[in-house]
Design a protein around this ligand. Sequence first.
Ligand SMILES: [Fe+2]
Length: 385
Amino acid sequence: MDNFLLRVPPIVHFGQNAALKVGDEATRLGAKKIIIVTDDFLAKSGALDPIKKALDVKGLSYGVFSSVNTEPTIEHVDAALALLKAEKADLLVAVGGGSPIDVAKAVSFMATNPGRIQDYMGIDKIKVNALPLIAVPTTAGTGSEATATTIIADTVNNVKMLIISARIMPQTALVDPLLTLGMPKGLTAATGLDALTHAIEAYVSRKAQPITDLLALSAIKLLVKNLPVAYADPANVTARSETLLGALEAGMAFSNSSVALVHGMSRPVGAIFHVAHGVSNAALLAKVMEFSLSGNYSRYAEVAKAMGLPDLGNDQKTAESGAVLVARIVKDLEVPGLAALGVIKDKLDPVVSKMADDAIASGSPGNNPKIATKEEIIELYYACL
Ligand SMILES: [Fe+2]
């Protein structure tokens, strides 16, 4: 068997009211002053109140940075870092979807490392341990609570910077399905399809390994069964819980075996057209999967079977049935297509070459079962409109 590396958070509390462990965990991690990183909606909705109360009970003081209202940018990181330094905080609690968690990860290492965040783009560039981070997801999608990855947009150069380091793995993930009950349907669909993309890409990735395989197949099974239920019946705690577990498993899987062509192509769509990450993945997933099948029919056949489809006695046919089901799930969840979000041919024409270059440069397409040429990536972008 080949050697492999597995990076997961040291502590994961999963289940109803897991978020209330935040006071215990911050105390265990030695916090004296905390910065909570979140978004305006959560800060104003009262969703943070139980978390603040759990910190109050332990006598912990905190400041709140609640400006992460778009996909994470360098500006968010700079502003949150300035607050952290002004408050002399020594621990971060991120509450929200992937964006606040990604910002908090970036702040956690920029607080202890010199230079500009751009210097750390890539793998294992962070030399000094980051401040501890407790991640509390409120969406079931990015899996960011369990990944050693952050993605921060450089809005000047229209690039999404991918930063990977074990030093930004959250020290604790508090994964509480009750926090996901309030997600609107569109967000449930987009984030859930991001998670499904993580699970599929982690399993078919050229860097897949035995433990990520287990996590990815389990995640596919949980997500295909429960995401449509959570979408149709948002208050269904069981479906929310199983979807969140699927997203967590998918996060652990892709953080170790990597994502592939869908994510590689999705980041430039987000960087240039400001389309939310889950939405751009959903728009690309079915077509890119169809393109990729011939790279590894047997792995895609296992994906189909994990989705609950029958073994058709032929890997190619079974794999193809999986791609058809994925296309149907994306359609059923009513995620808007790229054209509806303003990504139309006229706007794509002048930037598509750069998008294909950026996709390839991110490295993710290199993990795809079928390696796409630049021309094929451009064709796929148009096919996904
Ligand atoms: Fe993703």
